[in-house]
Design a protein around this ligand. Structure first.
Ligand code: HEM
Ligand SMILES: *[C@@H]1O[C@H](CO)[C@@H](O)[C@H](O)[C@H]1NC(C)=O
Length: 324
C-alpha cells in the first residue's frame, strides 16, 4: 500500500519533470530545421530577395548584416529594431547607433512580403534578419552556416537599451570587451565579429575624431580620409568612407590586415590592435583567413542565440514594422 502510493508519487513526479524538461527545452532552443515542415521554401525565398537587393546595391549586404548585430544586442534577437516609431511608441530606429545610419528596412519588408506569400503567418521577422545576415555574407563571398531558427518577434522595443547596449565608435578596448561580455560573448568573439567591418561604409561623424586626433593611425591614411571628412563637426557629417579601404564589398580578412597597417577607420577598430590584449587575435586572423571564417560563423551563431523569444512568448508579426 505505502510502497505503491510512493511509487505513484515518484512516477507522477518524474512525469512532471519530464514534461517540464520538454516544455523548457522546446521553448528555449532554436534549431536549424525549425521551419522545415511549416516553410520549406524559406531559405530559397530569403536568398533570392537578398541577392537581388545586393545586385542593385552591394552595400546592402553590409547593412543587413549590421541589422542583425543591432537587433541581437538590444534585449536579444527579437526583431525589435524593425519597429517604427509612432506618436505613442518610441522604438530603436532613432537610438544613437541607428539614427541616420541603420538601413535595409525596405529589404526586410520585401523579404517578409515574399515569405508571407509562400507561408503566411509562420516566419518571424527576427528569423528573417538572421537568415538575411547569413545570405548577405555568402553573397559577398564569405562563409556560410546553418542558421538556427525559431525566434519570435517582440511586442516592444527599447531606445535606451539600444543606446546603452551597442558600443559607440569612440569605445576603448575595455568598453568593447565589456559590452560584448554583457551579452555573453567573449573577447575573442568580439574581435572576430568585428571582422564584419570588412564590408560596408561609415559616416564622417563616426570616424572624424579618429582621423584628426588619434596618433595610432597611418598618417597617409588619415590624410586621405580627411579629404572627404571636414574637421569641423556639422560639415560633411554624412560623407561616407569604406570600413575596409581595400575591398569594401568582399567578405574577406582584409579588415585585420588593415589594422596591422594602422588603417582601421573607426577609433574602436584600431583599439583591437593598439598594444593591448587583442593584438595577438588580430594578427592571427590577418594571416589565417580560414580560422577567421570558421570562428566568425561560430560567433554569428552564438550572437544569434542571445535571449530569443520562443515558445508562446512574443508573436509572429504580420508586418515587421509594427506589433500585431
Ligand atoms: C565591436 C563593436 C562595434 C562597433 C563600435 C561598431 C560601430 C560601427 C559604426 C560606427 C559603423 C558606421 C555607422 C555609420 O557611420 O553610419 C558600423 C558599420 C557597420 N558595422 Fe559595426 N560596430 C561594431 C561591431 C559590429 C558587428 C559585431 C557587426 C556584425 C557582425 C558589425 C557590422 C557592421 C557593418 C556590416 C557595418 C556597415 C554597414 C553599412 O554599410 O550599412 N559591426 N559599425
Ligand atoms: C580633438 O581633440 C580636441 C581636444 O580634446 C577637441 O577639442 C577637438 O574637438 C577634437 N577634434 C576632433 C575632430 O574630434
Amino acid at each position: 500500500m505505502a510502497s505503491s502510493s510512493s511509487f505513484r508519487a515518484t512516477s507522477t513526479l518524474s512525469l512532471l519533470l519530464l514534461l517540464l524538461f520538454f516544455v523548457g527545452s522546446s521553448s528555449a532552443t532554436l534549431s536549424t530545421d525549425f521551419y522545415s515542415k511549416s516553410c520549406p521554401k524559406l531559405d530559397s525565398t530569403v536568398k533570392s530577395v537578398v541577392k537581388s537587393a545586393i545586385s542593385k546595391e552591394k552595400r546592402m549586404g553590409a547593412s543587413l548584416l549590421r541589422l542583425f548585430f543591432h537587433d541581437c544586442f538590444v534585449n536579444g534577437c527579437d526583431g525589435s529594431i524593425l519597429l517604427d516609431d509612432t506618436s505613442s511608441f518610441t522604438g530603436e530606429k532613432h537610438a544613437n547607433p541607428n539614427r541616420n545610419s541603420a538601413r535595409g528596412f525596405d529589404v526586410i519588408d520585401d523579404i517578409k512580403t515574399a515569405v508571407e506569400k509562400v507561408c503566411p503567418g509562420v516566419v518571424s521577422c527576427a528569423d528573417i534578419i538572421a537568415t538575411a545576415a547569413r545570405d548577405s555574407v555568402v553573397t559577398l563571398g564569405g562563409p556560410s552556416w546553418n542558421v538556427k531558427l525559431g525566434r519570435r518577434d517582440s511586442k516592444t522595443a527599447s531606445q535606451s537599451a539600444a543606446n546603452n547596449g551597442i558600443p559607440p565608435p569612440t569605445s576603448s578596448l575595455s568598453n568593447l570587451i565589456s559590452k560584448f561580455k554583457a551579452v555573453g560573448l567573449s573577447t575573442k568573439e568580439m574581435v572576430v565579429l568585428s571582422g564584419a567591418h570588412t564590408i560596408g561604409q561609415a559616416r564622417c561623424t563616426s570616424f572624424r575624431a579618429h582621423i584628426y586626433n588619434d596618433s595610432n593611425i597611418a598618417s597617409s591614411f588619415a590624410k586621405t580620409r580627411q579629404e572627404k571628412c571636414p574637421k569641423t563637426s556639422g560639415s560633411g557629417d554624412n560623407n561616407l568612407a569604406p570600413l575596409d579601404l581595400q575591398t569594401p564589398t568582399s567578405f574577406d580578412n582584409n579588415y585585420f590586415k588593415n589594422l596591422i597597417k594602422q588603417k582601421g577607420l573607426l577609433h574602436s577598430d584600431q583599439e583591437l590592435l593598439n598594444g593591448g590584449s587583442t593584438d595577438s587575435i588580430v594578427k592571427s586572423y590577418s594571416s589565417n583567413p580560414s580560422t577567421f571564417e570558421s570562428d566568425f560563423t561560430s560567433a554569428m551563431i552564438k550572437m544569434g542565440d542571445i535571449s530569443p523569444l520562443t515558445g508562446s512568448n512574443g508573436q509572429i508579426r504580420k508586418n515587421c514594422r509594427k506589433v500585431n
